[in-house]
Design a protein around this ligand. Structure first.
Ligand code: ATP
Ligand code: MG
Length: 347
C-alpha cells in the first residue's frame, strides 16, 4: 500500500487538495494518507514553515500531494521563516531535481489562452526543467569594481552529471509521448550551455527512437507563441525553464488548470498545481480545483505506476470542461466543490 504525504498548505491549497482527495478516493486505490502542515499554516502552529515532523512524513512517503504555500501575514518574517521556503526545502531535502509541466489546452477553454484559438489548440507539450542547479545555486554576491561601482554577480554552472540526469528525464518523457525532444539552451554565448548541449547529444545515443533538436532560448520563447504545436517535450536548465514554463502555461490557458511534478531519480515526486495560494480568493470556495486534481493524476502516473487511473482522471476533467463546468477563473459560477462534483460525475 502506497503512502501519500498530503500537504495542503495555505490559502486555497486546502480547498483544492480536498477535491483532489475526493477524486482519488472515488477510484478506490490502495493508498494511505498522512497529512502534515506546511507553509504559513505550519509557521503559525509550530514556528517553522517546514517542520521536522512534516519533513519526516515527506521522507517516508512514496509521493507528496502539495497544495500551495504563501501567506501575506508572513511577509515581514526573515527569509528562512517565510512560507515559500517550505517548497524550496522539500525540493532540496528530497533531491527533486526535475520539474515536469505539461501544457495542454482543454477543449472549450480556447478563450483562456493568450494565443489565437487556432494556434492555442495546437499546444500539447511538456517542459522538463532542471531544478537543483544553474545560476540560482552558484556563488553569488556583491562587490566593488576597480572603478568603485557596486557590482552583483551570480555564477551559472552545470556539472555534467546534473545535465545527464535531467537529459535522461527529457528523453524518457519524449519516448512515452510523440518521441520529439527539443533541448533549449544558449550555446551561442554560454559555456554552461555548450557543455549542456554536448552532454545531451551524448545521452541521445541511448535513445535512437527519440528525435533530438536544439534551440536557443530566445528563439524558443518566440516559437512557443508563434507555433507551439511544433513542441512535444522541451528539456532545459533551471533559469530558462522557470521562464519558459510560465510562458507556456499562459499560452495553454488558466492558471487553475495546470499541474506539475517535481521528481527525484527513484520515482518519488512532489505533485502540485502551478498556481499559488491565491490569498485574494482563499476561503471563498471559488478556486478551480482542476490543477490539483490533475496533479493527483500525475502522481498516479509517475510515482505510483498507475497510468490507467491517471488517464481516467484526465479524461474526466476534460469531459467535465467539455460539458461546460466552469469555475470563476474560467468565466463560470461554479464553486470549488461543484467543480469537484462535475469531475466525479463523469468518473
Ligand atoms: P503565491 O504568493 O502563493 O504565489 P500569488 O497571489 O502570487 O500567490 P497565485 O496564487 O498563483 O499567485 O494567484 C495569481 C492569481 O490567479 C490570483 O488572482 C488568484 O486568485 C488566481 N488563481 C490562482 N489559482 C487559482 C485557482 N486555482 N482558481 C482560480 N483562480 C486562481
Ligand atoms: Mg505567485
Amino acid at each position: 500500500m502506497a503512502l501519500i504525504a498530503l500537504l495542503p498548505g495555505d490559502g486555497i491549497g486546502p480547498e483544492v487538495i480536498t477535491q483532489a482527495r475526493r477524486v482519488l478516493d472515488a477510484l478506490d486505490l490502495d493508498l494511505t494518507y498522512e497529512e502534515a502542515p506546511v507553509g504559513g499554516v505550519a509557521y503559525h502552529s509550530v514556528g517553522h514553515p517546514l517542520p521536522e515532523a512534516t519533513l519526516d512524513v515527506a521522507r517516508r512517503a512514496d509521493a507528496l500531494l502539495f497544495g500551495a504555500v504563501g501567506d501575506p501575514t508572513c511577509d515581514s518574517l526573515e527569509r528562512a521563516l517565510r512560507p515559500e521556503q517550505a517548497i524550496l526545502g522539500l525540493r532540496k531535502h528530497l533531491s527533486l531535481f526535475s520539474n515536469l509541466r505539461p501544457a495542454t489546452l482543454f477543449e472549450g477553454l480556447e478563450d483562456a489562452s493568450a494565443l489565437k484559438p487556432d494556434v492555442a489548440r495546437q499546444i500539447d507539450l511538456v517542459i522538463v526543467r532542471e531544478l537543483n542547479g544553474d545560476v540560482y545555486f552558484g556563488e553569488k554576491g556583491r562587490r566593488t569594481t576597480a572603478a568603485g561601482h557596486r557590482e552583483g554577480y551570480d555564477i551559472m554552472s552545470y556539472d555534467e552529471t546534473e545535465v545527464r540526469r535531467i537529459a535522461r528525464v527529457g528523453f524518457e518523457t519524449a519516448r512515452k509521448r510523440r518521441g520529439q525532444l527539443c533541448s533549449v539552451d544558449k550555446a551561442n554565448v554560454l559555456e554552461t550551455s555548450q557543455l549542456w548541449r554536448d552532454v545531451v547529444i551524448e545521452v541521445a545515443a541511448d535513445y535512437p527512437d527519440v528525435t533530438l533538436t536544439h534551440m536557443y532560448v530566445d528563439n524558443a520563447a518566440m516559437q512557443l507563441v508563434r507555433n507551439p504545436g511544433q513542441f512535444d517535450v522541451i528539456v532545459t536548465g533551471n533559469l530558462f525553464g522557470d521562464i519558459l514554463s510560465d510562458q507556456a502555461s499562459m499560452c495553454a490557458g488558466s492558471i487553475g488548470m495546470l499541474p506539475s511534478a517535481s521528481l527525484d531519480d527513484a520515482g518519488k515526486g512532489l505533485y502540485e498545481p502551478i498556481h499559488g495560494s491565491a490569498p485574494d480568493i482563499a476561503g471563498q470556495g471559488k478556486a478551480n480545483p482542476c490543477a490539483a486534481i490533475l496533479s493527483a493524476a500525475m502522481m498516479l502516473r509517475h510515482s505510483l505506476g498507475n497510468g490507467a487511473a491517471a488517464d481516467r482522471i484526465e479524461a474526466a476533467v476534460a469531459q467535465a470542461i467539455r460539458n461546460g463546468a466552469r469555475t470563476a477563473d474560467l468565466g463560470g459560477t461554479m464553486s470549488t466543490s461543484a467543480m469537484g462534483d462535475a469531475v466525479l460525475a463523469v468518473l
